[in-house]
Design a binder for this molecule. Structure first.
Ligand SMILES: Nc1ncnc2c1ncn2[C@@H]1O[C@H](COP(=O)(O)OP(=O)(O)O)[C@@H](O)[C@H]1O
Ligand SMILES: [Mg+2]
Length: 343
């Protein structure tokens, strides 16, 4: 039977849709007088499909973690919408939120900080299942065995009674990943998952995530300030600057040619693909990131931009221009291209 337009549309429905998302934090003097807002996330829109991995890159303070935490419901959006499998999160009741949260695995930068020090491995993995009503003991044991095998914490019996402090940094992050996987989520959010680990285990952890992604058809949001790892990992890259996404591209296209002057500067500084020689955003580009309380008018990058067009870039916020298939940039250099209905 031929599929109707609606059925086709449903097939294409993204796992996650983020629409014009804003998260602002109030700043108060002496805990009382409101003096302004830190606009940590200021109008972010994108779609993420089942089994797709996107990387979000940008220097420290540009809003990457705020984006992750807003999607996770740790922060409430000031404006904008988040849809999970078509459902608007702002309409969910308590049970709806519980279900939603069980569909998202969260991996943080600091594995030790993320793990309860007083629980052993078995309890750490059992806890989310108990909270989510998996009462069958045999089923819980089966899942624990499966995730520990998947994250390669073996022999399993040796690890079950161990406490987090008895594990190495790499093993702790494997445990965090196991916990994130135990409820069989559809989406993983990994916020700088390897930046606190020794260089020698970084690749192993990224390969582990890649393996899980393939096996379970997971969607992954991989957040990093380290460009050299994204080339091995994601299908698409979004570059963030000053609380906005300023370039969206397939990884391949971006590696060939970055469009936004900010992204260009980042890639120039990360020309060495060898992960042993990781370069970070620390040395590029010159100048300070923008204040998120009083962001510059126009394009937020214009004070640091080598190609700034006076009277335009310093006055008007650039929309997203679609320069090529699957490659857009919020930059006035591309003003002759069509405006992109962001997605
Ligand atoms: N809970 C919060 N309250 C106030 N300001 C915050 C909070 N969380 C983050 N910020 C601010 O928001 C901006 C973006 O932070 P963050 O999302 O952590 O950036 P990134 O993860 O890219 O380094 C920073 O200026 C940071 O100081
Ligand atoms: Mg962060």
């Amino acid at each position: 039977m031929p599929k109707t337009a609606v059925q086709k549309g449903q097939e294409k429905q993204p796992v996650l849709r983020v629409e014009d998302l804003h998260t602002w934090f109030e700043v108060r003097r002496m805990g009382f007088f409101k003096v302004g807002d830190v606009r940590a996330l200021d109008g972010v829109t994108f779609d993420l499909h089942a089994g797709e991995t996107i990387s979000i890159v940008g220097e420290s303070g540009c809003g990457k973690s705020t984006l992750a935490k807003t999607i996770l419901g740790i922060h409430s959006p000031t404006k904008g919408k988040i849809y999970f499998e078509g459902r608007d999160l702002s309409t969910l009741d308590k049970q709806g939120w519980k279900e939603y949260r069980s569909n998202i695995g969260y991996i943080q930068q600091d594995p030790y900080g993320a793990l309860p020090t007083f629980m052993n491995v078995k309890r750490i993995l059992e806890e989310p299942m108990k909270i989510n009503g998996i009462t069958d003991k045999a089923e819980r044991a089966r899942r624990i065995r499966q995730v520990l095998e998947e994250v390669k914490l073996a022999p399993i019996e040796d690890f079950l009674p161990k406490f987090p402090h008895m594990l190495s940094g790499g093993q702790q992050q494997r445990l965090v990943i196991a916990r994130a996987m135990i409820l069989e989520p559809k989406l993983l959010i990994a916020d700088e998952p390897v930046s606190m680990l020794d260089a020698s285990v970084r690749i192993e952890i990224l390969q582990l995530l890649q393996g899980l992604q393939r096996k379970h058809n997971l969607a992954i949001i991989y957040i990093t300030h380290d460009l050299s790892t994204v080339r091995y990992f994601s299908e698409r890259i979004f570059a963030m600057y000053g609380a906005k996404i300023i370039e969206k591209s397939s990884t391949q296209a971006l590696l060939k040619e970055a469009l936004h002057p900010y992204t260009q500067a980042l890639f120039e500084a990360t020309s060495d693909p060898d992960v042993e020689n990781l370069k970070t955003f620390k040395d590029v580009p010159t100048g300070e990131p923008p204040s998120l309380m009083n962001p510059p008018a126009g394009c937020r990058f214009h004070p640091r931009c080598r190609q700034m067009i006076k009277g335009l870039c310093d006055q008007q916020i650039p929309p997203e221009f679609l320069v090529r298939d699957e490659h857009s940039a919020a930059c006035w250099l591309y003003k002759d291209y069509p405006e992109h209905a962001a997605g």
